[in-house]
Design a protein around this ligand. Structure first.
Ligand SMILES: [Zn+2]
Ligand SMILES: [Zn+2]
Length: 344
C-alpha cells in the first residue's frame, strides 16, 4: 500500500488532512488526537482533544479544567469524516496509546512513545499491523538493553535500606509522570515512609484515582517536622536536583532512575550517588520486535537515534525513512509546568 499522504508531517505536527486532525501537535490546532500526557506530546492551546479514556485524568492535570477533552477507550473506533481512528495500548505510561488511522484500506500507526517491558502501572503494548508505522528511536542503539525490572527494583530497595542504616534520607529523581509511579508500585513499600515532591504527588493522585495500586505517600510540603523524613524515600522530578529544596532533608543520598544511566559517565554528569537503569522507552531489542510485529512496509523513525536506526533497518531489508518531529526526550529533561516552584 503506497503512501498516499494520509498522515503527513506539517509545521504544526503530524496531520491527517482527510479527517482534519493532528496527532500530538506542537502548535495550536482545531482538533488534536493525543498519544499520552507527557509534556512533549500534550500541548495546551488546542480547541478540541481526543485522548485515551485510560489516561483521561492525567490529561486533565496537564491541560486544565477548561480544556475540551473527549475520550475513547482502547480498541474503540471513531469515524472522523470517513477516517477510522482508534487507540491501542503503548505500554509507555498510564493511558499511553498508539494511534491507528485507517482510510480506504490504508493503515497508519503512530506509536508515540512505547515499551514492551512489563509495567504494572499501565496496559501492555499491543502489536498493531499496519502499512505505515511511525516509531520512536530514543534508545535506538545496540548498547541500550534493559534488564528485568524486578532486578532494578531490588537495587533500589537495597540502596534505600543501606541509606536507612546510615541514617540518610534517600532522594530518588524520576520523571514525575510514569517513572515515579512505576518505581513506587514496584519497590518494597515495607522499608519505610515515602514522601513526594508536589509535581509527583499530583500525578500520583491521578494514578490512584485511575485505579493503579500505589503505596501511601505524603507530600513533602505538608511536613512540618524535619525528623519525619528520617529513613524515608523522597521521590522528586529530575528538575528538583541541585535546588535548595533538598536542604530540608538533612543528610541524604541521591539516585536517578533513567534509561540513560546505562551509559558510563551519565551518573557522574548528573552528579548523583546512584543510577538505576529504568526506562519507559523500548530498548534496542524491543524496538526491533515492535517494528517487525507491525509488518509495516514503511517505517518512519523519529525522536532519538534516527539515522542509526534507519540505517540498521535498511540493512535488514526493512524500508525505513527519517521523520523530523519536535518530540523531546522525557527520560532526560522535564520542561514541565508541573515542576513549577509553587508546587514544591
Ligand atoms: Zn512519553
Ligand atoms: Zn516523547
Amino acid at each position: 500500500m503506497k503512501n498516499s499522504g494520509l498522515v503527513k508531517l506539517t509545521r504544526k505536527g503530524l496531520y491527517c488532512e482527510r479527517g482534519d486532525f493532528y496527532i500530538d501537535p506542537w502548535l495550536p490546532v482545531r482538533k488534536a488526537v493525543l498519544t499520552h500526557a507527557h509534556a512533549d506530546h500534550t500541548y495546551r492551546g488546542n480547541q478540541d482533544y481526543l485522548v485515551p479514556r485510560e489516561g483521561e485524568l492525567l490529561s486533565r492535570v496537564r491541560l486544565g479544567e477548561e480544556a475540551r477533552i473527549s475520550t475513547q477507550k482502547y480498541g474503540e473506533v471513531t469515524d472522523i469524516d470517513g477516517v477510522k481512528v482508534s487507540f491501542h495500548p503503548a505500554g509507555h505510561v498510564l493511558g499511553s496509546a498508539q494511534v491507528r488511522v485507517e482510510y480506504k484500506g490504508e493503515i497508519w500507526v503512530i506509536s508515540g512513545d512505547y515499551k514492551l517491558m512489563p509495567d504494572a502501572t499501565c496496559a501492555p503494548f499491543e502489536s498493531v499491523k499496519c502499512h505505515h508505522f511511525i516509531t520512536e528511536a530514543t534508545f535506538g542503539l545496540p548498547i541500550y538493553r534493559w534488564q528485568p525490572t524486578e532486578f532494578i527494583f531490588e537495587e533500589i530497595n537495597q540502596w534505600w535500606r543501606r541509606n536507612q542504616e546510615k541514617e540518610k534520607v534517600s532522594v530518588l529523581f524520576a520523571y514525575s509522570l510514569g517513572k515515579s509511579q512505576r518505581v513506587m508500585n514496584g519497590i518494597d513499600r515495607s522499608i519505610g515512609k515515602i514522601f513526594t515532591h508536589g509535581a509527583v504527588e499530583r500525578l500520583t493522585e491521578a494514578y490512584r484515582e485511575s485505579g493503579v495500586d500505589l503505596p501511601q505517600t505524603k507530600y513533602v510540603g505538608a511536613i512540618e517536622n524535619k525528623k519525619d523524613f528520617a529513613g524515608s524515600l523522597i521521590v522528586a522530578p529530575p528538575s528538583a536536583h541541585g535546588s535548595t529544596w533538598l536542604r530540608k532533608f538533612g543528610v541524604y543520598s541521591t539516585g536517578f532512575a533513567s534509561g540513560w544511566m546505562i551509559v558510563r559517565g551519565a551518573r557522574r554528569q548528573k552528579a548523583v550517588d546512584r543510577g538505576f537503569v529504568l526506562s519507559d522507552h523500548a530498548d534496542w531489542t524491543e524496538l526491533q520486535t515492535a517494528i517487525r510485529g507491525s509488518e509495516a512496509e514503511t517505517v518512519y523513525v523519529t525522536h532519538g537515534f534516527i539515522p542509526e536506526l534507519v540505517r540498521w533497518l535498511n540493512e535488514q531489508g526493512i524500508n525505513a525513512v527519517p521523520l523530523k518531529t519536535q518530540y523531546g526526550d522525557d527520560e532526560e529533561s522535564e520542561t514541565d509546568v508541573l515542576t513549577d516552584q509553587r508546587l514544591e
